[in-house]
Design a protein around this ligand. Sequence first.
Ligand SMILES: [Zn+2]
Length: 172
Amino acid sequence: MEDNGGGLSSRGRFLMIETLFTQALGLVAPWQVEEVIFKPESGRIDFQVRFGAAIHACPACGAAAQPLHDRLARSWRHLDFFQFEAHLHAEVPRVACAGCGKVTQIAVPWAREGSRFTLLFEALTLMLAPTMPVLAAGRLLRVRSRRLWRVINHHVSQARVPNSPQSPSCSR
Ligand SMILES: [Zn+2]
């Protein structure tokens, strides 16, 4: 039955949904949402994100247009979409560089290296942190408070990195 999609085939509807979520997640080419798996009964929505290019600059030395070596599957918790827990999944390419000879994983634009959360999720965590105990924030976000502490500690330590030769003085 193709009569309830404004003339779109079911494939056309899927493409429209993927394009919409690619935009909603702020992804830019060559990253795009390849598949949206919505499971209302389990309260979650999963996005499979794809890197649609065969080359990338080497993250280690910056050499342009290096071939991809392989891809490693990773997942990130994202902000909820309404009451549904959202997760991003992607096979993140590693570049095999002819310039420096290193195999290096490329950075994804939605998360910092090593984090299991997207940057937007971390931003929400940092916004909540001063307003409530981390334990309560963890309950609200349905994340173990230990994992939230890791995010908070990372950003606090980043903020403490001195960016000028002048160290903070303890003037009285
Ligand atoms: Zn290189």
